[in-house]
Design a protein around this ligand. Structure first.
Ligand code: ZN
Length: 208
C-alpha cells in the first residue's frame, strides 16, 4: 500500500448505491486523493429518485475529489435484479478502463444483500488483475454483530470532515444517515489504532 502514496496510484471503489462509498471509505479515498491518487467511484445502481440521487452522488464524489461512474443508470433498479454475469461484465470493463492499483469494495459479510452481490462481482472482475483489495462495511450500525470491523486501520484524521461533507451531499438520505455516529465510530476506531480518527477495512489482498 505504501507504494500508492509514493507515486500517484489509481484507485477504484465499488458501491452498490449512492452514498455507500462515502460512508464506508470516504475518509481514506479523500486522503488518497490528497496524496496524489486518482480515485474513481463506481456506483452500481440507483434504486429510486434517479435524477436527485445521481446529482447527490456527483456532489459526494466531487467533495472527495473523485471521479464518478454509474454502472447501471439506464433506469432505477436494484442490484439483485441485475444478472450476475452482466454485473461482472460491466465491472470487467471498468477494471480494464481504470487499471487500478487498489480496489475498495463492500465486505462479504455485509448483511445488505445488494452489498454482498457487489462484493462477489468485484472478486470475479479482479480474477486477472493483480491489484490490492480492501473491503469496507458501509453501514456499521446495521452490521454491528458482524465479526469485527476489519483488520486494517486507515488514518483519516485529516479527512474526517471531508468525509462528513461528502455524506451530507446525499440530502435525500440524511434521515437514515447519522453524521455524529460517523465521527464517533471513526474516533473509536482511531482510539484502538493510535490515530485521532480512523476507518477500518478488511484486507483481502495486499502486495508488500
Ligand atoms: Zn447500499
Amino acid at each position: 500500500m505504501n507504494r500508492l502514496f509514493e507515486d500517484s496510484g489509481r484507485v477504484l471503489a465499488f458501491g452498490a448505491h449512492p452514498d455507500d462509498i462515502e460512508v464506508g471509505a470516504g475518509g481514506l479515498l479523500a486522503r488518497l486523493v490528497e496524496e496524489g491518487a486518482t480515485v474513481t467511484m463506481a456506483v452500481v445502481s440507483v434504486p429510486n429518485n434517479m435524477e436527485v440521487r445521481k446529482r447527490e452522488a456527483e456532489q459526494g464524489a466531487a467533495t472527495l475529489g473523485a471521479k464518478l461512474r454509474f454502472v447501471f443508470d439506464e433506469k432505477p433498479n436494484r442490484v439483485e435484479d441485475i444478472p450476475m454475469h452482466e454485473l461482472v461484465r460491466r465491472f470487467d470493463q471498468l477494471v480494464a478502463d481504470v487499471q487500478p492499483d487498489l480496489v475498495v469494495t463492500h465486505c462479504q459479510n455485509d448483511l445488505h444483500w445488494d452489498h454482498g452481490l457487489v462484493h462477489r462481482a468485484t472478486i470475479s472482475a479482479l480474477r486477472r488483475t493483480t491489484c490490492d483489495l480492501l473491503a469496507f462495511i458501509s453501514s456499521p450500525e446495521m452490521n454491528a454483530h458482524v465479526r469485527g470491523y476489519g483488520n486494517c486501520f486507515a488514518d483519516v484524521t485529516k479527512t474526517i470532515e471531508t468525509k462528513v461533507r461528502a455524506i451530507s451531499a446525499h440530502q435525500s438520505q440524511l434521515s437514515h444517515l447519522d453524521l455524529d455516529s460517523t465521527r464517533d465510530l471513526a474516533r473509536a476506531m482511531g482510539r484502538i489504532s493510535g490515530h485521532a480518527y480512523a476507518e477500518t477495512f478488511e484486507v483481502l489482498r495486499v502486495r508488500i
